[in-house]
Structures are given as structure tokens and as C-alpha cells.
Design a binder for this molecule. Structure first.
Ligand code: ADP
Ligand code: ASP
Ligand code: MG
Length: 467
């Protein structure tokens, strides 16, 4: 059994969805369970409709929803010719549109878009896209059944960033899915969305369908988990930034984790965790070029110590706290971490000296309250407009030349913070946000454009940067 997850660009229109059905068909002998994302941009559109409604602009919100429904009807009309099948999915799209408009009306009346309501809006993206994919698979003769995550993906009641309750997910999913799979059916379900124990829809964070795939794969103990996207695999850096990325053939889970944690969009940061726990390999494939070999992420991956990829994160704030009184260091740190726990904010990078602690936060967090509370612990200074670059590769801690090559490549550029040694697999550098792209390009040139190791990297066939 395998899990195949298809992202938004792989489901964005009729052609893409038809492609997905073709890929599923070609893999039937592996007993696939299919996990589907909303069609490209649908989640953003649903969020926009919610925000418009919150401002009282129901008319524009409804127009936005009508346009989104239209994209789904177009896929339906192009891909589904079986009369009853087409009619039944049409009714579901119509009903969903009505429900969405009711939600929007409610938001507009209250002028309040709560995280719970946002989840109620978000879930329609994945629900509709997975309905269309299931129907498209049926058109191709695949015995596909649509399964609603509300029947198994039980999460904690934290909206917009819920975490699954793995034991319950495993129990419910195996009870539901295994009998269907034994009958030869292909399950088609949703990424991103879950449900609380009380039946309210949740979501697991933007872009988290990859995470859904590994949760489902771990629960069903599948042989491997396949993430189908719009690039040939994990690349040496973001193909939107560097002109000639290479493919990384294999990676260790720890490397893929660091890469996603530090911003490489190709995988959601939580993706590797369930797969790692159950030692399940994860493959990244291009749904537009399914014949290519992709990237394999597994614990037995080839692991010569070297830099394998460069990730970056923009929009970072560095907050430095120094104690006003000479408290014991451990007391001071405890006070600092207590504030982070209280506000549930994550420190992306932390560097400390004898007393000072410098912490990088993502600027999208609302930091005013955090900074206010940190100011009761010590003197706080804040540096905005920063970004983080992360060089990823297992064992680079043991390769001092990585540091000298990094400094050479970045010579003349201002570095605000550096962390080397805390992680086996990464060097993190904090610098001005405005310099991030240039620095990524320079580092890419230094580590990947002066030649490469064929065992680890591969030149991309007909590379085109994704749109
Ligand atoms: P999906 O909709 O399939 O989930 P995403 O847009 O979330 O796809 O992720 C794929 C994108 O990740 C690629 O189009 C690419 O621009 C971006 N990306 C950033 N860093 C990397 C990297 N190191 N390797 C591959 N892709 C990357
Ligand atoms: N559709 C969701 C999003 O855009 C989840 C995903 O695609 O991974 O955030
Ligand atoms: Mg994604």
C-alpha cells in the first residue's frame, strides 16, 4: 500500500486532474490511497471571501465564491462525461456554494472571522477538489471511493493549526479504510483538513496537505508516501530564486526536516515527523513529468557529509533580551521561555551568550504582546526586516570548510547572527531580508555550480522555473 498526495498545482484544472487520474491508474498495483489538496489558489480565495465578509463586503465575497465554483464546474464539465456522476458532483458543488455563502453572510453579520469559521470556510477547497478527483478516477475505470476526513482525521480543537490525535486517527482510519482497500477500492481523501472530537472542522496549517499524507501513511503503515508536486524533486534551492538548481537524488529525513523548517515550500515542516516515526520512505515526484525518478527521503539515504540544499525564510524579527539584574542564568532563561510558552510562539533560531539571548521570530506572529512580556524579564531590543538562510546537509558540522566557503561566498555582506553546531545538519545565518535572495544565489553558486557529486545530485532535464 502507498499514499499518493497531489498538491494544488497538480489539481488546478481539468488537464491537471486528468493527469492525476492517469498517475493513479498507472500505480494501481501498488494499492494507492490518494490525498488531495484544494485546486491552486482555492484556499487563498476562501480566505479572501472570509475577510471581505468580515469587512461587510458580502457582494464581493459572493462574487469571489462564484468564480471559485465556476473553476470547479469547468473541471467537472471537461472531465466527467458519465451523466449521473456528473449530476451528483454538480449538486455537491451547488450545495457547497450555498453553504459557503451562508457562512459568509454569518461572518458579515457578526463582522468577525474567527479561526474556527475560517476553518469552516477553508475545508470546502479540499472537499470539492477531492470529489472531482474521485469522479475523474472513476471515469478512467478506477474503483475510487471518496472518504471524508471528518470520519477519521481527529485533531485537537486548535483551529488553523490543529495537530492530529494519532491513536484515534489510526484506529478510525484502519477500521474505515482497510475493508474498502481489501475490496480493491482506491480511497480518495483530503489533505489539510481535520475535525475535532466534537465534529468541528479544523485545518493543520497552511500548506499542510503534505503532513496529512504522512499522517495517513503512518496510520496505515504504508510502504512509501509519494508527494506529487510541480518540481522534479527536492532541489538544491528554490527554483524561483536560483537559475540552475539541481535535483537532490536522496536525502535523510533530518535533512528534509531542516529544509522544510527553514522555508523550502516543497514540504510542510511537519511532513517528515510521522514518516520518521514509522520509518516510511517519502518520495517527491513531478506530476507533470511522472516518468522521472524524483527524490527519495529515507533513513538509509546516501549520506556523505556535504551541503545538499539552501533554504531561506523571509520576514524575520530578531529580539535580543538581556537581564536587568544578574539573575542566575538558568532563572533568566526560564523566564524567557515561559513567555514563549505563554504566547505559543516558536523561536526559529536562538543564539545565546553568557546572558543575552537573541531569538528569531517570524514577523507574521503578532509579537507586540510577546515583546511586552519579555520586557518584564529584561532589556529588549528588536531588529526587524531580517531573513534566515539555512544550509542543509547531514554532517556539515564535521566539515569546517563549509563555514569558510560560506563566509567567502558572503564576503562583504552583513551577517546579524550565525548558528553552527547546534544541529548536525545545518548552518543558519540571519541577515537583512533585502540581501536574502542575493545571498542564496551566491551560496548556491559556491556549493552547487562549481561541479557536483553525481551520487547525490542530478542535472535537471529541461528545467523551467515553476510559475
Ligand atoms: P504543492 O501545491 O504541490 O504542495 P508547493 O508550491 O507547496 O506545491 O511546493 C512546491 C514548490 O516549492 C516548488 O514549485 C518550488 O517553487 C518550491 N520550492 C522551494 N524550495 C524548494 C526546493 N529546495 N526544492 C524544490 N522545490 C522548492
Ligand atoms: N490547500 C491548503 C493550502 O493552500 C493546503 C495545501 O495545499 O497543502 O494551504
Ligand atoms: Mg505544498
Amino acid at each position: 500500500m502507498i499514499v499518493m498526495k497531489f498538491g494544488g498545482t497538480s489539481t488546478q484544472d481539468a488537464q491537471a486532474q486528468s493527469n492525476v487520474a492517469g498517475i493513479v491508474l498507472a500505480n494501481l498495483s501498488k494499492t494507492p490511497v490518494v490525498v488531495i489538496s484544494a485546486i491552486a489558489q482555492a484556499t487563498n480565495v476562501l480566505e479572501r471571501a472570509g475577510k471581505l465578509a468580515e469587512q461587510g463586503n458580502v457582494e464581493e465575497a459572493n462574487q469571489t465564491l462564484d468564480q471559485l465554483a465556476e473553476r470547479h464546474y469547468r473541471i467537472l464539465d471537461t472531465n466527467i462525461s458519465h451523466k449521473e456522476r456528473r449530476a451528483s458532483v454538480r449538486v455537491i458543488i451547488e450545495q457547497s456554494l450555498n453553504e459557503l455563502k451562508e457562512l459568509v453572510r454569518g461572518v458579515a453579520i457578526l463582522r468577525e472571522l474567527t479561526p474556527r469559521t475560517l476553518d469552516a470556510l477553508y475545508c470546502y477547497g479540499e472537499l470539492l477538489s477531492s470529489r472531482l478527483i474521485a469522479a475523474t478516477c472513476q471515469e478512467r475505470g478506477i474503483d475510487a471511493v471518496w472518504l471524508d476526513t471528518k470520519d477519521f482525521m481527529i485533531t485537537e480543537a486548535i483551529h488553523n493549526r490543529a495537530l492530529p490525535i494519532m491513536e484515534i486517527v489510526q484506529e478510525k482510519l484502519t477500521a474505515l479504510a482497510l475493508p474498502l482497500i481489501q475490496q480493491g477500492k482506491v480511497i480518495v481523501t483530503q489533505g489539510f483538513i481535520g475535525v475535532t472530537q466534537h465534529g468541528n472542522r479544523t485545518t493543520m496549517g497552511r500548506e499542510s496537505s503534505d503532513y496529512s499524507a504522512t499522517i495517513i501513511g503512518a496510520a496505515l503503515q504504508v510502504e512509501n508516501i509519494q508527494i506529487w508536486t510541480d518540481v522534479d524533486g527536492i532541489l538544491t534551492s528554490d527554483p524561483r530564486v536560483v537559475a540552475s538548481p539541481k535535483k537532490v537524488k536522496t536525502m535523510l529525513p533530518a535533512e528534509a526536516f531542516e529544509l522544510s523548517y527553514f522555508g523550502a515550500k516543497v514540504l510542510h515542516p511537519n511532513t517528515m515527523l510521522p514518516a520518521l516515526e514509522k520509518s516510511i520512505p517519502v518520495y517527491i515526484y513531478n506530476s507533470r513529468r511522472p516518468h522521472l525518478s524524483g527524490t527519495r527521503v529515507a533513513s538509509d539515504a546516501f549520506s556523505k557529509p556535504m551541503v545538499k540544499s539552501v533554504a531561506y525564510k523571509r520576514g524575520v524579527v530578531v529580539v535580543t533580551i538581556s537581564p536587568r539584574r544578574r539573575l542566575g542564568q538558568y532563572i533568566f532563561w526560564e523566564h524567557v521561555y515561559h513567555v514563549l510558552t505563554k504566547h505559543s510562539v516558536e523561536a526559529t533560531v536562538t543564539v545565546s551568550s553568557e546572558f543575552n539571548v537573541a531569538i528569531c521570530f517570524e514577523a507574521k506572529n503578532t509579537l507586540d504582546a510577546v515583546i511586552h512580556d519579555l520586557a518584564t524579564v529584561g532589556n529588549v531590543t528588536t531588529l526587524e526586516g531580517k531573513g534566515i538562510i539555512c544550509l542543509v546537509g547531514y554532517g556539515i558540522r564535521t566539515q569546517p570548510e563549509c563555514l569558510s566557503r560560506t563566509f567567502n561566498a558572503l564576503s562583504g555582506m552583513q551577517i546579524s547572527l550565525l548558528s553552527f553546531g547546534a544541529s548536525e545538519s545545518s548552518i543558519t545565518i540571519v541577515m537583512d531580508d533585502a540581501d536574502i535572495f542575493e545571498a542564496v544565489k551566491k551560496l548556491h553558486h559556491e556549493f552547487f555550480e562549481k561541479g557536483h557529486d553525481d551520487e547525490v545530485f542530478e542535472i535537471l532535464e529541461h528545467f523551467q522555473a515553476p510559475q
